[in-house]
Design a protein around this ligand. Structure first.
Ligand SMILES: [Zn+2]
Length: 347
């Protein structure tokens, strides 16, 4: 089937709220691309060349429009001094807080992405994919984490959430969030300079599943706005990622100004569409661990058709998983996801 636009043109037109031929489709598939590689996970996720080649191979297999290049959620935290844990069969993790308490915030060092093996691998992989196919597809090298998630890794989520609830350490929390938003900006800028059309701001914990909408407004929204203002431009978009049921904050996520909002299957689609129409592009929201991992091909098709029906009218929609796909997701389900965008997503 000859299509009217390249994948890159289609994605950029969608993000710029301009006319396009059909709904673009992305894959959040970094674990799937390396599931058959028999290497210890430290070696695997620190190898940018391997990760880049795996992304290109997956694109040749599935033919999606947008590629999300990453190696989990630990890279920027590593650049800030956190110790990374590698568990078999899992993406790299931060298990131990860097700070003993929030009073140590002033001791944090300047982040060094080039001194972090995980950041270097993400940048190398992204550069490789851009070199190979960046003129055809939309390559989103991912600068995760965003300010709030990075703060929770550095201080420990328990400490951060408890101190937010107690409310007596706000000065230190804001100092930490200033540090993490500057760290994010420093790292994300490298993807912009590399020639990526956009990057991500991963804020999984900003979800109403974890914190209240009032806390979102106080501790997340101002820093979301700050990083968008510092980085986003006509030729560089930010994709703001929040997990879980974001129906109650999706209007405030729009206020960050991010051109793309990545959202999960738990969010009410009609609410999300109303909040974003004509302003922001939605990316998601098919359930990665449920329907895409465990569902039948028919269930995948039904979920994709339902999403396209609500979210595609008027544009501003990229179909894909609402969060990262498990490594063992059946390829046939991914074929169906991609096919649905091509068949049912036509304008
Ligand atoms: Zn998520």
């Amino acid at each position: 089937m000859q299509e009217e636009m390249t994948s890159l043109e289609r994605c950029l037109a969608t993000i710029r709220q301009q006319p396009h031929d059909r709904v673009p489709v992305d894959l959040h598939n970094f674990m799937m691309t390396v599931v058959d590689v028999k290497l210890p996970s430290a070696q695997l996720y620190q190898d940018g060349q391997l990760l880049g080649e795996a992304q290109v191979a997956a694109w040749k297999r599935f033919g999606h429009d947008m590629l999300l290049v990453e190696n989990g959620t630990a890279a920027l935290a590593e650049a800030c001094g956190c110790e990374v844990s590698y568990l078999p069969g899992s993406a790299p993790l931060i298990e131990r807080a860097l700070l003993g308490s929030l009073s140590e915030v002033a001791s944090l060092r300047k982040p060094d992405p080039f001194g972090s093996p995980l950041c270097r691998a993400t940048m190398d992989a992204t550069r490789y994919v851009l070199d190979q196919i960046g003129d055809q597809v939309c390559v989103m090298g991912r600068a995760d984490q965003g300010p709030f998630d990075l703060a929770s890794m550095i201080s420990g989520p328990q400490t951060l959430l408890t101190e937010m609830a107690v409310g007596e350490c706000d000065d230190q929390i804001f100092e930490l969030l200033d540090y993490t938003s500057d760290a994010y900006i420093l790292y994300a800028k490298l993807f912009k300079e590399m020639g990526c059309p956009g990057t991500s701001v991963g804020e999984a914990l900003c979800s109403p599943d974890v914190i209240s909408p009032a806390m979102y407004e106080k501790y997340c929204l101002p820093y979301g706005k700050k990083v968008v203002k510092a980085l986003q431009s006509d030729d560089f978009f930010l994709a703001y990622h929040t997990c879980g049921n974001t129906s109650r904050i999706i209007d405030r996520m729009v206020q960050t100004g991010a051109k793309v909002l990545e959202f999960d299957y738990k969010c009410n689609m009609a609410v999300a569409k109303r909040a974003t129409a004509g302003k922001t592009t939605l990316l998601g929201p098919i359930d990665p661990s449920g329907v895409l991992h465990h569902g039948t091909i028919e269930e995948v098709e039904a979920a994709c058709r339902a999403a396209i029906e609500v979210l595609a009218p008027g544009g501003g929609f990229i179909l894909g998983p609402g969060c990262a796909l498990p490594g063992t997701t059946p390829p046939e389900n991914i074929d169906k996801l991609v096919e649905c965008a091509k068949v049912y997503g036509k304008y």
